[in-house]
Design a protein around this ligand. Structure first.
Ligand SMILES: C[S@@+](CC[C@H](N)C(=O)[O-])C[C@H]1O[C@@H](n2cnc3c(N)ncnc32)[C@H](O)[C@@H]1O
Length: 445
């Protein structure tokens, strides 16, 4: 039922993903139109590999490889995995896609429409949890095979006019699902009618349904369904098995609503709770790279300036083999500067500034809502953090500046600014996306 239709992962990029026009104009001018188009296509789809970092303080990459060999076949058939050739503590698990999904051929007559955020998580290998569900076909029961559709937000019309609790009429949903694939469905909304059933109304309808002897209130309200004039579009990202009926999906707050069986992109998402607990952590390769570039030595004093939730902090400690000092800081709300102890200038051997950024490089993203003003304000904020980092690193010490954005204002322009403002900095070989390593060659004092 699932077949790979293309060897180019971007060929089926979700072309309707919207960017703020000023932002796309700015980025196309800065990066070149063709390069920006390629980046846009890549950002709309998930990375095709998952990366786990081995805690080499407690085990070896070889041991983890052996354990994965036993564990993965139960979780994912035929997943290829291997240590990264340059970063042996990172194991890459290879995914596949895009696959074409055919709800009609699979016999999935019903649909679950989910939010964009939930869609992004499902595309990265997550199950579909209850809070992400927006709309469900009337009469859906636990155990039904469903087409999982993402409502692409459009600026000015969130969720394509579909809000949580919307009921899809069975016949219309079947027609839309019959057309389902991983391609955009600008007209799918035309095939959707809603009983416009927010929770209170749904509860009212539950009583009516109970009186009518049916479990699903939509069965009794569907006749009063209101067509949704949706301005956006729906895309089918996979097929799954409903773990609960339609009514329960809107009544409960937690839990898996749909267990995914096929996805447009199959990205390995191994369960790491069993024997591998504490021995590995899921971490994106660029994050591993940023800490590796800083490469703090055992016994050194290291500052991780923007540390939460702490993924890179633990890697710094790992690289230092548990010897030395890693100070991890993050923003504290409501604590004025007067209460912050501060650090002596030039007191750290290494500083990691993994700066807050516009995150325009994270994948997959089905909408980019950031505005140009945010890109520029964020870049200015990062320059203030850079100034603090330069003060704190010792002469001879190393500073790494990293972001997860593609905005040159936050990346190359800020690196240029740092080099122009602080002649004591020298740029070391910069690699990857986006990591800049500076060496502080002399004192600022
Ligand atoms: C990209 S995230 C850091 C991710 C982290 N390094 C990791 O690998 O898990 C950026 C962080 O910067 C923090 N932040 C924002 N402003 C800050 C400030 N003035 N000082 C310290 N941290 C700040 C945010 O709270 C956020 O946690």
């Amino acid at each position: 039922m699932t077949q790979t239709t293309s060897s180019n992962p971007n060929e089926h990029a979700f072309t309707e993903v919207s960017w703020d026009p000023q932002v796309s104009g700015f980025l196309a001018a800065a990066l070149g139109a063709e390069q920006f188009r390629r980046i846009q296509a890549a950002i709309a789809v998930p990375p095709l590999s998952t990366c786990v970092r081995v805690n080499t303080l407690r085990t070896s990459t070889q041991d983890v490889m052996q354990q994965l060999q036993g564990l993965l076949p139960q979780q994912h058939s035929a997943v290829h995995f291997a240590p990264h050739p340059q970063l042996p503590m990172a194991i890459l698990l290879q995914g596949s896609g895009p696959h074409s999904i055919s709800p009609a051929a699979a016999g999935a007559a019903k649909q679950v429409v989910i939010s964009r955020k939930a869609g992004e998580a499902v595309l990265r290998g997550a199950q579909l949890f209850v809070p992400g569900v927006l709309a469900v076909t009337s009469g859906l029961q636990a155990g039904d095979l469903v087409a999982v559709m993402v409502a692409l937000d459009k600026p000015g019309s969130p969720h394509s006019g579909i809000t949580r609790g919307t009921v899809l009429l069975a016949a219309a949903a079947a027609a839309a699902a019959a057309n389902g694939s991983n391609f955009s469905h600008p007209s799918a909304a035309a095939g959707i009618a809603a009983a416009a059933a927010p929770l209170a109304e749904a509860q009212h309808a539950t009583a009516a349904a109970a009186a009518a002897g049916t479990d699903d209130p939509a069965d009794s309200t569907a006749a009063a369904g209101v067509p949704v004039a949706a301005a956006g579009s729906l895309i089918c990202i996979g097929l799954g098995r409903a773990k609960m009926g339609r009514v329960e999906m809107f009544r409960v707050q937690h839990g898996v609503a749909v267990e995914m069986e096929q996805r447009v992109y199959e990205v390995p998402s191994p369960t790491l709770d069993g024997p591998l607990k504490g021995l590995v952590m899921l971490q994106n390769l660029p994050s591993i790279l940023a800490a590796q570039v800083l490469n703090p030595q055992p016994g050194s004093r290291v500052l991780d300036m923007c540390a939460a939730p702490g993924g890179k902090t633990t890697m710094l400690a790992q690289l230092m083999r548990g010897k030395g000092q890693v100070i991890a800081l993050d923003r504290l709300y409501g604590l004025g500067p007067a209460k912050c102890p501060g650090f002596a200038p030039e007191s750290f051997d290494a500083v990691l500034l993994d700066a807050p950024c516009t995150a325009l490089g994270l994948r997959p993203r089905l909408l980019q809502q950031q505005q140009l003003s945010l890109l520029l304000e964020t870049a200015a904020y990062q320059r203030a953090l850079l100034a603090a980092a330069v003060q704190l690193v010792k002469p001879g010490g190393v500073m790494v500046y990293s972001t997860c954005t593609i905005s040159p204002a936050e990346n190359e322009v800020n690196v240029r600014h740092a080099l122009d403002s602080y002649p004591c900095l020298q740029l070391a070989d910069t690699i990857g996306f986006f990591v800049a390593e500076f060496v502080k060659t002399c004192s600022l004092l």
